[in-house]
Structures are given as structure tokens and as C-alpha cells.
Design a protein around this ligand. Structure first.
Ligand code: PHE
Length: 363
């Protein structure tokens, strides 16, 4: 509660000492007022309707005109002094309030910024994009296709016999839904069904053989799935399929194209490529492509990099084309494998753990 406002018991006979004391009192009380409300209460004590100065001025009426004039002047000087003190104190309080507000909201410009963390491209995606770029630059189309495949696309069309281990439950994830032939759908264990899908889509123009339209030249990167998990295998991984089919595309073309790709991908000519005989049902002959760096930390070691071969005549027939006329090569390479060799990573699982300490190194 504010103090009761007690008018000063000074009548019309205010001595100059009384007025000085009054001004001094106002100075002290204004200074002691801690905020605007307290100050306005103190003001009333001196300048309000019943304030000390007001009372003194009211008392002037009873005085004789000569005294009244000089007395009035003295009181007005005191009044002006008190008003000046009031204004000064108001300003001081307002400044203090602003000061307090500013320091409460102070911004320390020397603190480090919170920053916006920007996303980055995953090393597997970087590698995927890099592969696309290189193959586009040598005239390959890029195709995409389903990850849930029919039995025919993943196996039968690719000359995979009924009892081939690749079809087995140990290797392939099956979906609890049957395809039109009554066989369960699978999560494609390789990108090779894209050879079939793409070739069948382009078979008509291939058969028509319009000049300049006689080749299929495509890569199909994408996700693939196998029941497998260790330092070099993951149940989901990525492959890039390649297919170049024409009227005279040979193993020599495969060697030229794949070597050019490796030179571009690893940004070096200091590597050797060899084709080691192998077996795939959908190629004949078949080969594993091995490469060897001539310099760097892996120099001198042969590294297996891709499956490949000349497309098997039965597979060309399943494309809807005449194997007597159309011939070419296919390859299927692991994208993680290429990424691991490019970046010197020895455990494939690092790609899938989402550890920022690992991932940030590629940005
Ligand atoms: N599909 C084979 C695999 O996943 C790789 C391959 C593709 C081999 C094309 C030859 C031709 O192992």
C-alpha cells in the first residue's frame, strides 16, 4: 500500500527554509521511488490536489497583495524545482527500465551460431550417380524397374533352371503373394530381370532394325535383395546391370566399355582388367571381371568387381529377339563394392548404420 499522503503542515507563512526543505524532501522521496507507480504517488504528496505546494498556493489568497506577490513567486520557484526533479526521476526510471529490458534480451554475438545442418548424399547414392554419369557419357540409357519381381523375370527368362540354387529359399526372399503363373513373387536377387524388361520393351524397334535404332544400350542401377549378411554382404544391396545388344557386339566391346568405365570411375589409367572364366546361366561365355590397381594402397591385388558375359541365345529369345541376329554382352556389378574400393572402406555394414561420423566424411 502506498503511504497515506500527508500534506505538509505549512500554512501561508512558508519560510524560505521550509521551501528548501520541501524541495529537498521531494528530491529524497523521488530518488527513493523504485518505479513509475511509486514515483507518481510521491508526486501527489507535493503537486497533487492536496499536495504541499498546492496547499501553499491555495493559502496565498488570504495574504495581503504585496506579500502575496513575493510569496507566490517563491512558491512557484520551489514548484518548478520539484517538477524538474520529477521529470528527471521519470526519465531515470524509464532509462533504467529500458536498460534492464535490453540486458535481459541481450544477444551474445560472440557465441557460435546454432547453424543449419545440411543433408548430404549417401556414399552409395554418390557412387550410383557417378556410375550413371559415366555410362550416360558413353551413350547408355538409364532404366529403372520393380524390386518385387515375378519368378519368370528373376529366373526363368534368365535361363535359370528350375533346380538352380539361386532360386532357393536360402538365397532369395519370397513374398507371400503369387504371380499370374501361381509362383510366389520375389524380392529381386539381382538387377538382371531389367535386361529382360528393357529388351522386351525395345524388341519391336530392334526387330524393325531401322538404321541407328538397332542397338540396346542400357544400364539399370537399383536395389537388390539376398538372404545374406556379413562384412561384405547385406540383405539389401545395390547392383548396376549393363546390357549392350546389337548385331555385332562382342566380348571385345565388353572389355573396351568396362575398362573405360573403370578408368573413369577410379580416375586413373593405372589399373589392369582381366576376364576370368565363370558361369552364369544367362551368359555364354561368362566371366568374372577382376581389376588391379597399379598404384595406391591396394596396388598389386586382383579384386573381383563384376559378373559378365555374352548374353545366352535362349535369353535373347526370351527378349523376343532372334539370337541368330542379335548378340551382345551384359554385366552386373555391385555398387557397394565399387564404393568400397573407391573410398577404401573395408566393412559394407558401415553404409547402413547411419553413423554420422562415417557419413560426414563423404560430404
Ligand atoms: N546377375 C549376376 C549376379 O548377380 C551378375 C551378372 C549380370 C552376370 C549380368 C552376368 C551378366 O551375380
Amino acid at each position: 500500500m502506498a503511504d497515506l499522503i500527508a500534506p505538509y503542515p505549512m500554512a501561508a507563512d512558508s519560510s524560505s527554509q521550509d521551501l528548501d526543505a520541501l524541495v529537498a524532501e521531494a528530491r529524497a522521496r523521488f530518488a527513493a521511488a523504485a518505479d513509475g507507480t511509486a514515483l507518481e504517488n510521491e508526486k501527489a504528496r507535493f503537486l497533487g490536489k492536496t499536495g504541499a505546494i498546492t496547499e501553499l498556493l491555495k493559502g496565498l489568497g488570504k495574504l495581503d497583495p504585496v506579500v502575496k506577490k513575493s510569496e507566490g513567486a517563491r512558491i512557484n520557484v520551489a514548484k518548478a524545482a520539484i517538477e524538474a526533479l520529477l521529470t528527471a526521476r521519470r526519465e531515470a526510471l524509464a532509462n533504467a527500465q529500458l536498460e534492464a529490458k535490453l540486458s535481459a534480451e541481450a544477444i551474445d554475438v560472440t557465441l557460435p551460431g546454432r547453424g543449419l545442418s545440411t543433408g548430404g548424399i549417401h556414399p552409395v547414392m554418390r557412387t550410383w550417380r557417378r556410375i550413371e554419369e559415366i555410362f550416360r557419357s558413353i551413350g547408355f540409357d538409364v532404366a529403372d524397374g520393380p524390386e518385387i519381381e515375378t519368378d519368370w523375370m528373376s529366373f526363368t527368362a534368365l535361363n535359370n533352371p528350375e533346380n538352380h540354387p539361386a532360386r532357393s529359399m536360402q538365397d532369395t526372399f519370397y513374398v507371400d503373394i503369387n504371380d499370374a503363373e501361381g509362383r510366389p513373387l520375389n524380392l529381386r536377387p539381382h538387377t538382371s530381370p531389367m535386361q529382360v524388361r528393357y529388351a522386351r520393351m525395345h524388341a519391336e524397334r530392334m526387330r524393325a532394325g531401322t538404321s541407328g535404332m538397332t542397338d540396346i544400350k542400357v544400364i539399370a542401377p537399383g536395389r537388390t535383395y539376398r538372404i545374406d549378411s556379413d562384412a561384405t554382404h547385406s540383405p539389401m544391396f545395390h547392383q548396376v546391370e549393363g546390357l549392350w545388344l546389337g548385331e555385332n557386339i562382342s566380348f571385345a566391346d565388353l572389355k573396351g566399355v568396362y575398362t573405360a568405365f573403370l578408368n573413369a570411375f577410379f580416375e586413373t589409367d593405372a589399373l589392369s582388367v582381366r576376364f576370368r572364366p565363370s558361369y552364369f546361366p544367362f551368359t555364354e561365355p561368362s566371366a568374372e571381371i577382376d581389376m588391379r590397381f597399379e598404384t595406391g594402397p591396394l596396388a598389386g591385388r586382383w579384386l573381383e568387381i563384376s559378373g559378365s558375359g555374352q548374353v545366352h541365345p535362349s535369353v535373347v529369345a526370351n527378349f523376343g529377339l532372334d539370337p541368330q541376329r542379335h548378340i551382345g554382352f551384359a554385366f552386373g556389378s555391385g555398387i557397394e563394392r565399387l564404393a568400397m574400393l573407391r573410398y577404401g572402406i573395408d566393412d559394407l555394414r558401415l553404409f547402413y548404420e547411419g553413423d554420422l561420423r562415417f557419413l560426414e566424411q563423404f560430404q
